[in-house]
Design a protein around this ligand. Structure first.
Ligand code: B16
Ligand code: MG
Length: 217
């Protein structure tokens, strides 16, 4: 039986994945490091500092820890400039209706975002009250693709992982959901999210009925 749906934030609840891309792109451009959307795919769901390592990996440049911290701070400042403009109208298509439908059926909603800005984004979206559990990524030891953050969300909701569906736009996130023993719905390109039980091209295709399908009659 489906008891909870655990959502990723960036790229699922709102399109902040695009803002992450633009902010990293600006940092990479300033350093003269090639960075494109295909490389950006690898940053999705990955923490800020791990993302920076991926951005710098083939640059041949070497930075001290203090320099890296400054680059990560710069990226976050650029990102914050973008996300402060988020309004409730920036919920991705179908998400408001889905959260509504879940509540009506007594199915819980949880948030498993790697972002330290997740609480702020939920506030901007005025969507915080729809989630019965929001995992603090600072409390998680291992990031996606480790299942820890999804398991933590299930634990906070008091439900078994087997009664959960996870929704993700990143390959690392889908891997985390599967490793947690949950059903996975991927949002995006099926070639990148093939490990999911179901891949949808857009959040607009999500519905309570579709999420219930994986749990049989
Ligand atoms: P921050 P999600 C993840 O959020 C993003 O996908 C990833 O690109 C980002 O680096 C990470 O959050 C950390 O974000 O710099 O805001 O702490 O997709 O897990 O909701
Ligand atoms: Mg995401």
């Amino acid at each position: 039986q489906l008891k909870a749906v655990i959502f990723d934030l960036d790229g699922v609840i709102t399109d902040s994945a695009e803002y992450h891309y633009l902010a990293w792109k600006a940092v990479a451009d300033e350093l003269g490091i090639p960075f494109d959307r295909s490389k950006n795919e690898r940053l999705k769901g990955i923490s800020r500092m791990e993302s920076l390592e991926i951005v710098l990996e083939d640059s041949g440049l070497h930075f001290s820890e203090a320099d890296k911290a400054a680059l990560a701070r710069k990226k976050n400042e650029l990102y914050l400039q973008q996300i402060k403009r988020i309004t409730p109208a920036d919920l991705l298509p179908g998400i408001g209706e889905l959260l509504h439908g879940l509540r009506e059926r007594g199915i819980a909603a949880g948030l498993a975002s790697a972002s330290r800005n997740a609480a702020y984004i939920l506030e901007r979206l005025e969507a915080g009250s729809w989630f019965q559990a929001v995992v603090d990524p600072g409390s998680v030891r291992k990031g996606k693709p480790d299942p820890e953050i999804f398991l933590k969300a299930a634990e906070l909701l008091g439900v078994s992982p087997r009664s959960c569906v996870g929704v993700e736009d990143a390959a690392a996130g889908v891997a985390a959901i599967k490793a947690a023993g949950m059903l996975a719905v991927g949002i995006g390109d099926a070639r990148l999210l093939g490990a999911a039980d179901r891949v949808l091209s857009s959040t607009a295709e999500l519905s309570v009925e579709l999420l219930l399908e994986g749990f049989g009659p």
